[in-house]
Design a protein around this ligand. Sequence first.
Ligand SMILES: [Fe+2]
Ligand SMILES: [Fe+2]
Length: 183
Amino acid sequence: MTILSELHQDHVNLSKLLVILRLKAQALREGSEPNFALIADVMDYITNYADGFHHPREDELNKYFMGRSDELDSQLKCCSEEHVALKIATEELKEAIDGVLHDTVRPMGEISDLLDEFISQQLSHLNTEEGMLFPLIESQATDNDWAIVNTLLPRQDDPLFGTKQAEKYTELYRELIIDMNNK
Ligand SMILES: [Fe+2]
Ligand SMILES: [Fe+2]
């Protein structure tokens, strides 16, 4: 599997979690109480895997392809800046969800707004990478580049979508299976 297809697979997986978050935000807006512990699991996974591994890998990739053209440079720079903003957004939402779990009083409308904002920020980032940045990188990269990048980028098992699921994500994994079977 090439690096770009690994990153693409992460995007597919992350999109599935964003669908779950969207359903939870909807439930919240309709006045029912979603499973906040499950939302916390999603946020924990995003903190660990997306912010802690997927984005740093992309940052390495971005660094490697810097300096080839102005157009590519500006997209690479923008992408890595978005990673910083996404990390802040994850922390903010994670804190808000932890607050709900620990009985901090906060209007539920605020939580659903935060969820909506987070989902659109993540989706817009994924779409930019998939629709603009990755195709541009692909058009400029050689086989030799991929061979080098392959040795530069760190590897790690995906604790939710990988071959071995981490025990802490058991419930979330089950929810994903139910969700997939419903479609
Ligand atoms: Fe990214
Ligand atoms: Fe990405």
